[in-house]
Design a protein around this ligand. Structure first.
Ligand SMILES: [Zn+2]
Ligand SMILES: [Zn+2]
Ligand SMILES: [Zn+2]
Length: 342
């Protein structure tokens, strides 16, 4: 009896990297069928999509594109296209800022780019052919590297919001790159945790995490020669997945061509499983990588974090920055491996 109660009791779990705690609400034990989400991308009318080919004049001038030889910039025969965000969170030019009450405020300088995955409006990373996903990842690396060279940019953040529910404001499948003038708080927490672990244990915390997960196996979603996808022990959201390079590298910019090729399969496969499990749900992913501020971050280990958007944040989460997760990562991993538990 006691055993059963313990089994179903909520559990507090700590992320070993950030030190943040989450509540794993085991008693709810939510399975994929318990979540109802709206399928992403149902638009028929593509006339007004500024990201569809033919509508290039509706966007700012492109920064970079993969296109056939001889094809002029901003013409419609591109494969992957990078443009400045029309409503940027960070801008290159100087802004005036002041505050009557001396509230902390600074110029939001940096970069904000949009990376269009393909001319196809609805094809996302899960549904694009693998070679096209590889092309997108190569463009990520090019833009990441170039953003990092900007002296104003201290951190490069690459993200995907897939579907309106995930925060996307335009439906056409795209990524965004933010060149930020500071290192964001979550990355600072990860850097602090990694640095402490390196000093106290002499090892990379992510490399240690990979060894531990390879040993325990139950949170592994899939693995390839160079990458491991896991449902992290202290998952903040149901079916959260991290993709970690198995070779220690601090920065996404250091990923080799071979690694990007392999990553295109792994990333696509994780998202395909989300898509099958939840019928094309909204999702987010982002890349966490070493800052580009010139500091020595050799103890850090880049990775991708992915989340299907199945739940909404409530006042508990907003007020405490602590998540309540209703699906244990062990159940999530088991499901995502293709073994649906009873
Ligand atoms: Zn479109
Ligand atoms: Zn490492
Ligand atoms: Zn991270």
């Amino acid at each position: 009896m006691l055993g059963m109660r313990e089994e179903k009791m909520p559990e507090l779990r700590q992320d070993i990297i950030t030190g943040n705690w989450v509540v794993i609400a085991k008693e709810r034990a939510m399975r994929p069928s318990d979540f109802s989400v709206q399928s992403v991308c149902a638009t028929e009318d593509l006339q007004n999509c500024p990201f569809c080919p033919g509508n290039e004049p509706m966007t700012p001038l492109e920064l970079y594109a993969v296109r056939p030889k001889g094809s002029p910039p901003n013409s419609s025969d591109w494969e992957v296209r990078v443009i400045p965000n029309k409503y940027p969170a960070f801008i290159e030019s100087e802004m005036f800022s002041s505050s009557k009450y001396n509230l902390p405020k600074r110029d939001s300088r940096g970069l904000h780019e949009v990376i269009l995955h393909s001319p196809e409006h609805c094809l996302d990373i899960a549904t694009l052919p693998r070679e096209k996903v590889e092309l997108v990842l190569r463009v990520y690396r090019i833009r990441y590297y170039s953003a990092g060279l900007d002296p104003e940019v201290k951190y490069v953040h690459i993200i995907v919001n897939h579907g309106m529910e995930s925060g996307a404001s335009l439906e056409h499948s795209h990524s965004q790159l933010f060149g930020m003038p500071f290192v964001p708080p979550l990355v600072q927490q990860e850097l602090a945790g990694s640095s402490w672990h390196m000093k106290s244990r002499g090892n990379c915390i992510f490399c240690d995490l990979i060894s531990l997960e390879m040993e325990e196996k139950e949170r592994i979603v899939l693995q390839s020669d160079s990458f491991l996808a896991i449902a992290p022990f202290a998952s903040r959201f149901p079916f959260e997945v991290w993709i970690l390079p198995r070779i220690h590298r601090e920065s996404f910019a250091d990923a080799t061509d071979e690694e990007l090729e392999e990553l295109s399969s792994v990333l696509k496969e994780v998202l395909r499983r989300y898509s099958e499990g939840f019928k094309n749900p909204p999702y987010n992913y982002f890349i966490h990588s070493a800052p580009t501020d010139g500091s020595d971050n050799s103890y850090y280990h880049w990775h991708i974090e992915l989340f299907p958007r199945l739940t909404r944040l409530g006042a508990f989460e907003l007020g405490t920055q602590m998540m309540i997760n209703t699906t244990t990562p062990e159940v999530a991993a088991s499901y995502l491996r293709g073994q649906v538990l009873q």
